[in-house]
Design a binder for this molecule. Sequence first.
Ligand code: TXA
Ligand code: MG
Length: 308
Amino acid sequence: MTARISDDLELAVGVLRGDGIVAIPTETVYGLAARALSREAVEKVFEAKGRPRSHPLIVHVENVERARMWGVLDERAEKLAAAFWPGPLTILVPRRQIVPDWVTGGRDTVAIRIPDHVAALAILGSLDEALVAPSANRFGKVSPTSPQHVLDDLAESIDLVVDGGSCEVGVESTIVELVDGVQILRPGAITAEQIQQVIEEGPNGASGPARAPGMLTSHYSPDTQVELCDTVEEARSLIARHRGTCELVHEPDVSAFARSLYGRLRAADRDDVDLIVVVRAPQQGLGIAINDRLEKAAAPVNAHRPVD
Ligand code: TXA
Ligand code: MG
């Protein structure tokens, strides 16, 4: 099997209905979609990615009504949904009976989001069912932000890639847990401040990417060694001292930085660069999400225990 790239959405819906798996564009990264209620299809997703079965998947829905069928949305969840959906926010809430164990790895919570991409929404609408969609990369690789990235990882193991161009955001959705107070499990384009403004309750405790399964470990990992710097000067002097081929990544525009980051990391692997030197983003807004992924990409290889 070699996957095709196509912009035929009805073809994608047909493949999904037949329990196939399809890479779909979202505003964050490409997702590997399967009908959430089909055990057979979800099994293919885990198989194609090489991802452990116990790692829970995000349920993607077309509208809030369907979100309410899958999760228990309290007042805070409703407010966040109204403010940020469709958009790069995943809300973790108690699950409802419809949610199969193969989606949550048996957990009593479910992660839900409405993606903000016309193609994804059209597919969800036409299918009239929920889709799981983990990032469409092989386990341990950085997430794909273009159809070509998906093919580079998964051409032989999936049916179809829906062409939606390059992803607008470029890093995965923010995950907010609303079960045990408010916790940001993964920073993304929707910031803790924005969430706090809407629900008038701040993230509590040691908020951070520690609590979603596998999130402590580094999985946004290129093969190329990554070094992080705080300033361009520091980066330049590091590069000057280095003997092999080096690449500098410095993008002052944080939106452009997020959009291009995974492509740059993938290109460094492809071009056999020895070292990629990245200047961190300012630690605010989207910069927090960028730096989170950078820290993971730069973690020493023996600390890698890839997850998604
Ligand atoms: O932007 C995104 O969220 C992308 C696009 C395709 O929508 N999807 C994505 O999915 O990043 P994935 O599977 O690569 O990452 C989902 C993360 C995983 O780290 C998983 O552990 C966490 O969400 N997660 C999902 N359900 C969970 C649950 N019930 N409890 C805790 N963590 C959960
Ligand atoms: Mg992932």
